[in-house]
Every structure is written in structure tokens, then in C-alpha cells.
Design a binder for this molecule. Structure first.
Ligand SMILES: CC(C)(COP(=O)(O)OP(=O)(O)OC[C@H]1O[C@@H](n2cnc3c(N)ncnc32)[C@H](O)[C@@H]1OP(=O)(O)O)[C@@H](O)C(=O)NCCC(=O)NCCS
Length: 299
């Protein structure tokens, strides 16, 4: 079963493959998100996409996301369940690793659910487990009323806010594990992806100074689209003052008003302030994801 390069004429079949093999299988939102991912600035799927094909049928896909400014590539994998642990999946992963190495980065990272057998395969291919992320879910009946501290205000993203959002996100996340600073082009693109809305991106201001933000998104889930806290950050000078709860709550209120019954998120298990913020807001751990790393020798 050959591993072939992504080509644009394979796109319709790949969109169908991803929509039908996602958990849960879902159509419009999943298709829209995947098409958005393929078109995102810097991915270049004809160079960085690899397809596992058998007699014209798609059996797997690997996308290699270059994050050259921080010396890494992220590999995302999706394969049919019946090929789990097979030589074909191994060939797909090896091809993706070779592509990541050709990009001239120091490391490749892959994230897999902790209960997946893929971790064993990755270890056989020279990867090691470096980080654990937690899946968390909030499904309480209501949020407590919380007034903003004096002088603070919150408002949604408006046209023309791309530079502000880029600055606040880079300012809040620079130094966080695995964060690659974003360009305005990338942020503008992501604001318009199928999983995002302008109303779902909230800024927190102290007077005129941006103090933080919360970027909510929607993902497919069993009970229909689920609201997610995609990104949340407080700029370094405003940290440790207890204001993150206010911008988290603004994002959650938006999601609840938009019809979400439950709200999900992913967080680095080593990120104490974030884990404490979510736990004290009522989020519960529902699963774990393991990040695996392969270091390229001589880089
Ligand atoms: C995560 C983040 C938004 C939290 O904001 P913050 O201003 O640092 O935290 P707050 O002062 O609002 O406190 C939130 C909770 O963390 C605790 N906390 C604050 N600083 C802490 C620290 N340095 N170590 C451990 N716990 C800390 C607080 O006691 C509070 O806990 P509680 O809810 O049980 O009372 C902020 O640290 C940040 O922007 N980090 C970088 C981006 C990031 O990691 N975002 C989260 C991605 S999932």
C-alpha cells in the first residue's frame, strides 16, 4: 500500500475520509474545519501532506505542520482503525518523520490519546513521551454571577482587531511549551475558519490596556457541536491577580448563549495556574493526551 503525496485532486476524497473517520462522524463542521486546516498559511499540503492509499481508497493521512521559528514540526495522523499497528501505518509515520526532518527543524511532535496503541508504535520509531495534556469538560447547569473588577471591561473581536489579537496572543503565550508565535496573516485566517466567530473572541481591557483574551471555538461532538475554550491568556503584567476567571467566564457565557450545553478544553497538565483556574470553575478531567517527541540528531 503506497504512501503518496497529497494532491489537490485527492482533496474531495480526503475531506470525505476525515468527516467519516472523525469521532463522532460528522459532516458540515468537520468538513469546514478540515478544509480550513488544509488552506492555512504555511502548511502547503502538496509538500507536507502524505496519503495512505489502497486501490484508490484512502486509508490514512499525515499532515506535517512546520513551526520553523521554534524548531519543530507537528505531525497529525489519521488512519482507518483496521490498520492499527500495521506496517502500512508505520510506513506513513516514517514518511511523515522524514518530511519533518527535511524541513530542517530539531524535533517532531505527535499528540495521541493516552489509551491509543499509537504510543507504542511511536516509541518503536524513536519517539519518547514528553508531555501530558488533559481533556476537561464543564457541564454544570449555570455559571455563578461574576462582576468585572473596577476599571476592567470585556468586548468581542471587531473588524480591524487582527493586529491587537496577534499581539495579545503572542504576548500571553510566548514561553509556553510548544507555542509558535503567530503572524497577523495566520490570525486573520483563523478568525475566519469554520470553527470560529468574531463574537466568540473576547478581549479583556484594563481601561484602554489589553489585559487578556479568550478565543472560543466549536468542534463536532456526540450531542452536536460543542463549545471549546480554544485559547485563553492573560498578558504577563496582569497575571496572578485573579482576573483570568473573568475572561474565562466571558468566553463561557458566549458559548452557553450560543447553545452549548457543555464546554470542553485541553490543557497542559504541568500548567498549574490554568489547571487550577479550570478546576475551580467546575471543569472535570475526562481524558489525557500524550505528546511524543523525536529529536533529530545533528540539529
Ligand atoms: C493560565 C492563565 C490564563 C491564568 O491566569 P493568571 O493571571 O496567571 O492566574 P489567576 O491569578 O487568575 O489565578 C488562577 C488560578 O491559578 C492560581 N495561580 C495563579 N498563579 C499561580 C502560579 N504561579 N502557580 C500556581 N497557581 C497559580 C490561582 O491561585 C488561581 O487558583 P484558584 O482558581 O484555585 O483560586 C495565565 O497564567 C496565562 O495566560 N498563561 C499563559 C497562557 C496559558 O497557559 N493559557 C492557558 C492555556 S490552556
Amino acid at each position: 500500500m503506497p504512501v503518496v503525496n497529497y494532491t489537490n485532486n485527492r482533496q474531495p476524497a480526503l475531506v470525505q475520509f476525515v468527516a467519516s473517520h472523525s469521532s463522532p462522524p460528522s459532516q458540515d463542521l468537520c468538513r469546514g474545519i478540515f478544509q480550513g486546516v488544509l488552506g492555512q498559511p504555511g502548511l502547503n499540503p502538496t509538500e507536507n501532506g502524505l496519503v495512505l492509499e489502497q486501490s484508490g481508497d484512502i486509508k490514512g493521512l499525515a499532515l506535517v505542520f512546520p513551526e520553523v521559528p521554534i524548531g519543530r514540526s507537528i505531525i497529525e495522523l489519521m488512519t482507518v482503525p483496521e490498520l492499527a499497528g500495521s506496517p502500512e501505518v508505520q510506513a506513513l509515520v516514517e514518511s511523515a518523520v522524514a518530511r519533518a526532518q527535511a524541513l530542517g527543524v530539531n524535533v517532531a511532535h505527535v499528540c495521541v490519546p493516552s489509551d491509543s496503541d499509537r504510543g507504542t508504535l511511536l516509541q518503536q520509531l524513536g519517539f519518547s513521551h514528553v508531555r501530558t495534556y488533559l481533556d476537561m469538560l464543564w457541564s454544570e447547569d449555570s455559571l455563578p454571577k461574576l462582576d468585572l473588577p473596577a476599571g476592567f471591561s470585556a468586548r468581542p473581536f471587531r473588524n480591524g482587531d487582527t493586529a491587537l489579537l496577534t499581539r495579545v496572543q503572542n504576548n500571553a503565550f510566548t514561553g509556553s511549551w510548544g507555542f509558535c508565535p503567530n503572524t497577523e496573516e495566520q490570525i486573520e485566517y483563523r478568525v475566519h475558519m469554520a470553527n470560529s466567530t468574531k463574537k466568540g473572541i473576547l478581549f479583556l481591557f484594563d481601561g484602554d490596556n489589553p489585559a487578556g483574551y479568550c478565543w472560543t471555538v466549536r468542534v463536532p461532538a456526540e450531542s452536536g457541536p460543542r463549545g471549546m475554550i480554544g485559547m485563553i491568556g492573560i498578558t504577563p503584567e496582569y497575571r496572578g491577580k485573579g482576573i483570568s476567571r473573568h475572561i474565562l467566564q466571558a468566553g463561557m457565557e458566549h458559548l452557553l448563549q450560543s447553545g452549548s450545553k457543555e464546554i470542553g478544553l485541553e490543557v497542559d497538565g504541568d500548567n498549574d495556574p490554568a489547571v487550577r483556574l479550570y478546576t475551580s470553575t467546575g471543569f472535570k478531567i475526562t481524558g489525557q493526551r500524550h505528546w511524543f517527541e523525536r529529536v533529530f540528531p545533528g540539529t
